[in-house]
Write a protein that binds this ligand. Structure first.
Ligand SMILES: NC(=O)C1=CN([C@@H]2O[C@H](COP(=O)(O)OP(=O)(O)OC[C@H]3O[C@@H](n4cnc5c(N)ncnc54)[C@H](OP(=O)(O)O)[C@@H]3O)[C@@H](O)[C@H]2O)C=CC1
Ligand SMILES: O=C(O)C(=O)[C@@H](O)[C@H](O)C(=O)CO
Length: 276
């Protein structure tokens, strides 16, 4: 892995993948071409994700150094000591693949007010070689500015909610202005009503692709790396192929116009939401 982090156009989400059988979905994803794999301490799947990655490498689907395997520290382990223990625990669960490529603070939890101490722990973990790159998730500009002011270190990545119902365009612009790469979670809206929206259907039809592919191509056009979750090798391949679908500026604007202020899937506003 080079010193600077590079993200592929599209990655794989793993929320709700559980057990050894589901770990095979990680292997199949790498076999069809995924190079970015998401996970989190809270998903309770770091072990099977690492097992799936190790199997893919053993089977020759990718070289270990091509992969960006990600995990995240949850609020219940915030603070300098607890966060370091959490990284050590994640690293132990992911032992088969060696150092974790990217480690994020899962939510800022502003009322808890421990994200700066937690960030210092991630900086230490990186210095110790437990993780290669560090970043954040669900951070607003005010949270990122505080990290920079108090530690002098900016995150490599901010993983945020983004989909056409909640484009989160200003946060993406802020991240870009600070040299931070943005990943989009729930990028196809958890496969809900978004995929039957007539505007999505029209864009999909114009390119002869599926609604999920049209939405994923919208993320790519906006310079964001979406991390759709799928346990089906067929849908994994479908989603990854969206990286080659090029939308017009008008199509991008039409999908962005589907956004609405209350468009968050579960109302999780990082300014007030706390997740332990
Ligand atoms: N940092 C954070 O706070 C958060 C991070 N995340 C991360 O983001 C990832 C993605 O978000 P997630 O919430 O899972 O939602 P997604 O938007 O990725 O949707 C996943 C759902 O869509 C289905 N699906 C996948 N591909 C297709 C397709 N081509 N057509 C139709 N349906 C499809 C999946 O089913 P099937 O598996 O059967 O294909 C699954 O039910 C998570 O898995 C997790 O890694 C998610 C939420 C919050
Ligand atoms: O899945 C994640 O990474 C989360 O942070 C959760 O908040 C998820 O969004 C969720 O919906 C849990 O109920």
């Amino acid at each position: 892995m080079s010193k600077n982090l590079h993200l592929p156009a599209i990655g794989l989400g793993t929320y709700n993948l559980r057990g050894r059988e589901d770990g095979r979905a990680v292997t199949s994803a790498i076999a069809v071409g995924y190079r970015l794999i998401d996970s989190a301490f809270s998903y309770e799947n770091e072990g099977i994700v690492a097992e799936g990655v190790a199997r893919a490498v053993d089977e020759g689907h990718a070289a270990r150094e091509e992969l960006v395997v990600t995990s995240k520290v949850p609020g219940r382990h915030f603070g300098r000591d607890r966060a370091l223990w959490a990284v050590e625990e994640s690293a132990a669960r992911m032992r088969p693949i060696g150092p974790i490529d990217l480690y994020l603070i899962h939510w800022p939890n502003p009322a808890q007010d421990l994200y700066v101490d937690t960030w210092r722990a991630l900086i230490e973990a990186r210095e110790q070689g437990l993780v290669r790159h560090i970043g954040v998730s669900n951070f607003l500009p005010e949270h990122i500015a505080r990290l920079e002011d108090e530690s002098g270190v900016l995150p490599a990545v901010n993983q945020i909610e983004s989909h056409p119902r909640f484009p989160n365009t200003e946060q993406i612009a802020y991240d870009a202005s600070r040299g931070i790469l943005t990943e989009a979670w729930s990028p196809i809206g958890r496969s809900g009503e978004l995929l039957t929206d007539p505007v999505v259907a029209a864009v999909a039809q114009a390119h002869g692709v599926t609604p999920a592919q049209a939405v994923l191509a919208w993320h790519v056009a906006r310079g964001v790396t979406p991390i759709p979750k799928s346990s089906s090798p067929q849908r994994q391949a479908e989603n990854l192929a969206a990286a080659d679908v090029v939308l017009t500026a008008e199509e991008v604007a039409a999908l962005t116009a589907l956004g609405r202020p209350d468009g968050r899937l579960k109302g999780q506003d990082p300014a007030v939401y706390e997740e332990m």
